[in-house]
Design a binder for this molecule. Structure first.
Ligand code: HT7
Ligand code: ZN
Length: 858
């Protein structure tokens, strides 16, 4: 497949200021007439009008009202030579939504019609310059059977509608804001809405609708509350006001990603809309709030200011992730949110950055853009902008974002435009900082603290690892929030922000009569790996005393990582092992009993570093050994702290259900306590888990208990699984949980379970949520995926081959777990590679899977 390169960017030869679309809707056949007003771009290269297409054919072409035949196809694109500088071009196409299993373009989902156009889906509907720097105003007319499609929606405002005598009806929509075609949307179906309204800061009333299938309305209240909170928050925090009189959200059950920010008509995976206590966990509620916020915030960061080309994807995604992270932090616990965000970064982005698919947040080339909707572009992208905010401070950062929005409103901008606006608005010098956009790899920072007289000296050095296509790296500015603690008082004299902008540097701190304890990268101020030679005693001290909650969590994680990495490497004597466990146990006991901690934070501190993150710490990892050592530590803690864990479980179980922080904290603790008891005292855990399951009046408790039972070979497991399936039969999102819990379990027969579930009548390869529920839960379950005989790799390899012809985008997302082979011990590594080769040898692979597999083997 051709490689698209950032450096080859050329402005479009033709602009399309206006487009009118006319849809005659049908599930099996939809006709589309598209009328474009085209204007030659004075900055273009004078070439023919290129209208991209994919899997469509032109049924008729007119130029200035006259049918023409002198168009030609170049691959899937339609080329028309036009003599003048301005023309009206009309093209007719037909599509079959029911046959669209890729879920890109116009497709059918449960009898409803909907679109997904980002990144390149619009070209599967009609011929158009499908690139984000061509902005048009849209007028959309759609007509269809009123009984099948009582609701007809598109972007902007509904300007006219009517009924026809033959049982069809029609609607016309107009969006006054010029937009790229990836933000176009159309929805037609039998939907009901939760209606509400919001008055903006300038006093304009906006009608809000969340559209769902009949019967689901009662589960939309949290989404609506989140939307209104997001609208207010963006006004208060970023000065951004909504700009239409109507905002529609539609929930669909067949969707490739989480949601889509189409102008005025967001389309959501049902997963991020529907929530009630009976069917959604606390984590599900948080995800709904976060994704509703994310898509809403795109109205400015993405829609009003869009991307010049897809290499700039992080311009909208990195910035919008940062905005949704700050929003969620403000809605709940800032500390817990930061810990969760860093956990996602470490488990999803760090492995990407150290593997064969590593790419900068602004990639230089791609074959299939869908493969670049990655944790790097999204989450590391957010971290990079967060660093600018940390260095500028929130007020000066806001001056930068104000300038960015003012300068580029209505434009298709670049990452460089963003950095320049932050630089000009905030007064920061971001000269070398721009390297963060172009260099892949997680910087490794080595830290040594020495002490002489009353001065402590912090010596730092950095190295950015080699990544594919980038053999040499330059040092980057790394902002580190640092505090030095006095051991006696347990306090520090103020935090300092230092910026390491060279390969190595040192910083001095005065006024210490004794060696202080170092707290560094507080709040995870930079997305780097820190290697600091700190004693267990120092880490236990920080886990107990650090006033930065993230640093407290980090000290705990470091203590465990260090112990487990040494244990896996075989470098621990029995005495060292006992000492390591004792230190961890001491820190655990301290925070379990710490009355000053809230339970949400206590629950975070209880979560051990993931096996993926532990594997990241090793050049070559043995997943079996990592799993065994981590489980052994859990068992030791579960046994050693049994009494405290039981007391915790009892205390938390007495808290009645509510959505407040204390009750959510209690629910989090209940499941955490069960996890440790399951490892150290399985009979006690099984007793408590089934009791928790039976007594549950909410999904958090029920799912937590079932998760623990799923990992135990006890009869209560079957009872709970059968009950859960019967209770929620027909509720797709909850049945997804039923699949995931089994596929992600610690049960010794997890592979057999996955294979049996693939043949379950509720399983289908055509619903991405269901595929992910079974197979992604399995692919990220190290116990199952890395089983020593390679069967886990075969399961995922087979899935990729079978799913690729149906839904290549989703299939390609399963390649990265196999792509880790270079960092895995030789036996498993060879089997992972062999599986990739088997996929590569398949007769016809999509561009999506081919790119990921070739790069993973390369
Ligand atoms: N901007 C949206 C991206 C998206 C997407 C991309 C490729 C294929 C399907 C997709 N659905 C949504 C989502 C977001 O980041 O807000
Ligand atoms: Zn986004």
């Amino acid at each position: 497949p051709p490689v698209i390169r950032r450096e080859d960017y050329q402005p479009p030869a033709w602009l399309v200021p206006e487009i009118a679309l006319d849809f005659t809707l049908g599930v099996d056949a939809t006709r589309v007439v598209s009328r474009l007003t085209v204007r030659r771009n004075p900055h273009g290269d004078g070439a023919a009008l290129r209208l991209n297409g994919d899997n469509i054919a032109p049924l008729g072409v007119k130029v200035d009202g006259v049918a023409v035949n002198d168009w030609r196809l170049d691959g899937a694109d339609l080329l028309i030579d036009l003599a003048g500088d301005a023309h009206a071009v009309e093209v007719e196409t037909a599509v079959n939504p029911a046959a669209n299993s890729q879920l890109m373009g116009l497709y059918a989902s449960n009898g409803m019609l909907c679109t997904q156009c980002e990144a390149e889906g619009f070209r599967r509907i009609t011929f158009f310059p499908d690139r984000p720097d061509v902005l048009s105003t849209y007028r959309v007319r759609m007509a269809g059977d009123k009984a099948a499609f009582p609701i007809l929606l598109s972007n902007g405002n509904c300007v006219a509608q009517g009924d026809d005598a033959d049982g069809t009806h029609w609607a016309e929509w107009h969006d006054p804001w010029p937009k790229p075609c990836y933000l176009f949307a159309l929805v037609a179906g039998d939907l009901v809405a939760n209606h509400d309204s919001f008055t903006t800061m300038s006093g304009r009333k906006v009608d809000l609708n969340i559209w769902v299938r009949p019967g689901d309305e009662a589960r939309t209240h949290h989404a609506m509350a989140s939307l209104k909170a997001a609208m207010r928050w963006d006004e208060e925090t970023f000065g951004r006001e909504y700009d239409l009189d109507l905002f529609n959200i539609v929930a669909v059950s067949d969707f490739n990603m989480g949601a889509m920010e189409n102008k005025g008509l967001n389309v959501f995976n049902t997963r991020y809309v529907l929530a009630d206590p009976e069917t959604a966990t606390d984590a599900d509620y948080d995800a709904v709030e976060g994704v509703i916020g994310h898509e809403y915030f795109h109205n400015w960061s993405g829609n009003r200011v869009t991307c010049r080309d897809w290499f700039q994807l992080s311009l909208k995604e990195g910035f919008t992730v940062l905005r949704d992270q700050l929003f969620s932090a403000d809605m709940g616990s800032e500390a817990v949110k930061r810990i969760e965000d860093v956990r996602v970064l470490r488990s999803a982005q760090f492995p990407e950055d150290s593997g064969p698919l590593a790419h900068p947040i602004r990639p230089d080339s791609y074959q299939e853009i869908s493969n670049f909707y990655t944790a790097t572009v999204y989450n590391k992208g957010a971290e990079v902008i967060r660093m600018m905010r940390t260095m500028a401070g929130p007020e000066r950062f806001r001056q930068g974002t104000d300038l960015y929005f003012a300068r580029h409103d209505g434009e298709a901008a670049t990452c460089e435009d963003f950095v320049k606006a932050i630089e000009d608005g905030s007064g920061l010098d971001l000269g070398r900082f721009r390297l963060w956009y172009g260099q892949a790899g997680t910087p490794q920072v080595k830290v040594a603290l020495t002490h002489a007289g009353t001065t402590a000296t912090l010596a730092l050095s950095q190295a950015v690892p080699v990544t594919p296509g980038q053999p040499e790296k330059q040092p980057m500015p790394i902002p580190l929030r640092v505090a030095l603690f006095d051991r006696e008082s347990g306090r520090h004299g103020g935090e300092r922000l230092i910026v390491l902008d060279k390969a190595s540097d040192s910083f001095t701190f005065d006024g210490f009569s004794a060696p202080p304890v170092l707290s560094i990268n507080r709040g995870f101020s930079a997305p780097v790996s820190i290697e600091a030679d700190r004693s267990n005693a120092d880490l236990v001290f920080l886990a107990a005393h650090d006033d930065d909650p993230f640093a407290r969590y980090e000290a705990m994680q470091s203590l465990v990582v260090r112990h487990l990495v040494a244990a896996v490497g075989g470098g621990l004597s029995p005495d060292d092992r006992a000492a390591g466990r004792a230190a961890i146990g001491e820190a655990f006991a301290a925070f379990l009993a710490d009355g000053a901690l809230d339970d949400l934070m206590r629950g975070e501190l209880m979560i051990l570093p993931s096996e993926t993150y532990l594997a990241e710490q090793l050049l070559v990892a043995d997943p079996g050994a990592i799993h065994a050592e981590r489980e052994a530590l859990k068992a030791w803690l579960g046994h050693a702290l049994q009494a405290a864990l039981i007391a915790l479980h009892d205390r938390a179980s007495a808290v009645p259900y509510s959505r407040d922080a204390a009750a959510r904290g209690a629910r989090k603790l209940k499941t955490q306590a069960l996890i440790y008891l399951a490892a150290g005292a399985p009979e006690e855990a099984a007793r408590r888990a089934i009791a928790q399951y039976r007594a549950a009046d909410n999904m958090t408790d029920r799912q937590g208990a079932l998760m623990v039972l799923c990992g135990l070979a006890v009869p209560e497991r079957e009872e709970a699984l059968a009950d859960f399936h019967a209770r929620y039969h027909g509720n797709a999102l909850v049945i997804d949980k039923w699949f995931s819990l089994q596929a992600g379990s610690l049960h010794p027969q997890v592979l057999d379970h996955v294979q049996a579930l693939a043949g379950h009548p509720d399983f289908t390869m055509h619903n991405p949520n269901r595929v992910r529920a079974l197979y992604m839960a399995f692919a990220v379950n190290p116990k199952g995926f890395h089983v020593a005989d390679g069967e886990g790799y075969r399961i995922i390899g087979d899935l990729i081959r079978r799913l690729d012809p149906i839904n290549p985008q989703t299939a390609a997302r399963f390649v990265p777990p196999l792509g880790r082979w270079r960092r895995i011990e030789p036996g498993r590594s060879a089997m992972m590679r062999a599986e990739l080769e088997r996929i590569a040898a398949a007769p016809s692979l999509s561009r999506d899977v081919l790119e990921q597999v070739t790069k993973s083997l390369g």
